[in-house]
Design a protein around this ligand. Structure first.
Ligand SMILES: Cc1ncc(COP(=O)(O)O)c(C=O)c1O
Ligand SMILES: Nc1ccccc1C(=O)C[C@H](N)C(=O)O
Length: 401
């Protein structure tokens, strides 16, 4: 299997990009769907921002280094990865906060309706944000969502690629169904952006959010992004109406007047150091381009899936077998998934565990090699064969999984 993997790496058009990341020796990293790897350019760029832009130029850098334009500039670079126009995307805040803003905005755009429809088991923060909003939450299983759309639904809010199983929704079909019922749609692209094909405008999507620290490699806690279709710009009301989203922040007026376009989604001052790191990750993904990323993601995850079926048949794959129907990840069910994950990590193969019984592997296409995939399958096969995970030290849960 290793030889086949090496041959595939030799023919991989993205192989050269692995060297653009700073990956630790001896580690197989299959968790880029939770925290993307460190692009080499980021270290230098962040020190430049610290030393020259902050340390030397101080407050002048808001203008001279265009710190003030970072949210729009980075948003515009993310746009082609998700099928948006440059002025429809802005980089800011966390996914959670952007969800809150867009849920509030959607409720205002659909007066007389107060339901946000989603699925049980959606990423928790998505549901919590509805629960903390004035909306009423309605949950319907994935195959019953269309039936649950009625005149009360203001917003259909779904995560495009499910964080646990990697299942992907049909964005075009569900967006159309929501529109037919008079509702708006908000897509969470956290596990999609930079890894799977997304064409928000071809699907006629209204609103979207996504994560900066997964496949965009923006760094731990990187700012997220938000999309608003151009046709909604004028009607969009941001419930977190902060000064950075004002039409003229430096007029210091007492009255809030929203900026034009997605800029009104800004609330407070952008975190410049985190934005600089995010920009490096986004630049690298933009340089590679979404099509090669998708092609590699599918081929690599397919290689892993076939190898797992052959060498670890006792693990049940819960992700769709058909690569275009899933995200850039594969998830397996095992009653001792947590312990298996810990033993793998101890052997330098980093995947993750999702409660209660899921072992999850992410295939960040920009830097994961076929050899990585083969090594991970070999390690897992050995662990299973030797019952290595069945020891108490591997079963104690850490605070963060
Ligand atoms: C689908 C999804 N939505 C939202 C989040 C949370 O984003 P944030 O921590 O930026 O609020 C995550 C993971 O962190 C996620 O996987
Ligand atoms: N933000 C984190 C902080 C710590 C550990 C994990 C995360 C994740 O992002 C988890 C991810 N959203 C997931 O799909 O499980």
């Amino acid at each position: 299997m290793i030889d086949t993997a090496r041959a595939l790496d030799a023919g991989d058009p993205l192989a050269e990009f692995r060297g653009r990341f700073d990956l630790p020796e001896g580690v197989v990293y299959l968790d880029g769907n939770s925290l993307g790897a460190l692009p080499r350019a980021t270290r230098e760029r962040v020190s430049q921002v610290v030393d020259a832009e902050w340390g030397r130029d101080l407050i002048r850098s808001w203008n001279s280094a265009d710190w003030i334009g970072m949210p729009q500039r980075i948003g515009a670079k993310i746009a082609p990865l998700i099928g948006a126009q440059p002025h429809e995307v802005i980089a800011c805040d966390s996914v959670s906060v952007n969800l809150s803003k867009l849920i509030g905005a959607a409720l205002q755009m659909r007066p007389g309706r107060n339901v946000v429809l989603s699925e049980p088991g959606n990423f928790p923060t998505d549901l919590y944000m509805v629960q903390g909003s004035p909306a009423a939450q309605r949950l319907a299983a994935r195959d019953k969502i269309v039936d649950a759309l009625d005149d009360d639904v203001a917003l259909l809010m779904l995560t495009h690629v499910h964080y646990k199983t990697g299942e992907m929704f049909d964005m075009a079909a569900l967006t159309k169904a929501a529109h037919d019922a008079g509702a708006l749609v908000l897509w969470d692209l956290s596990h999609s952006g930079g890894a799977v094909p997304v064409d928000l405008n071809a699907c006629n999507a209204d609103l979207a959010v996504g994560c900066g620290y997964k496949y965009l490699n923006g760094g731990p806690g990187a700012p997220a992004y938000a999309f608003v279709a151009e046709r909604h710009h004028d009607a969009l009301h941001n419930p977190i109406s902060g000064w950075m989203g004002h039409a003229a922040p430096f007029a210091f007026s007492d009255e809030y007047e929203p900026a034009a376009g997605v800029s009104r989604l800004l609330a407070g001052t952008p975190p410049v150091l985190a934005m600089a790191a995010l920009e490096c990750g986004v630049d690298l993904m933009a340089e590679i381009g979404i099509e090669p990323l998708v092609a590699k993601s599918r081929a690599l995850s397919e290689f892993f899936r076939a190898a797992m079926a052959e060498h670890c048949p006792q693990l049940e794959c819960v992700s769709p077998a058909d690569a275009p129907m899933r995200g850039s990840q594969l998830s397996y069910r095992h009653k001792d998934a947590y312990a298996l994950c810990q033993v793998l990590i101890a052997r330098g193969v980093i995947g993750d565990f999702r409660d209660p019984d899921i072992l999850r592997f992410g295939f960040a296409p920009a830097y994961v090699s076929y050899e990585d995939a083969a090594k991970a399958v070999n390690a897992l096969a050995e662990i299973l064969e030797n019952d290595e995970w069945d020891a108490p030290q591997f079963k104690k849960r850490a605070a963060v999984t």
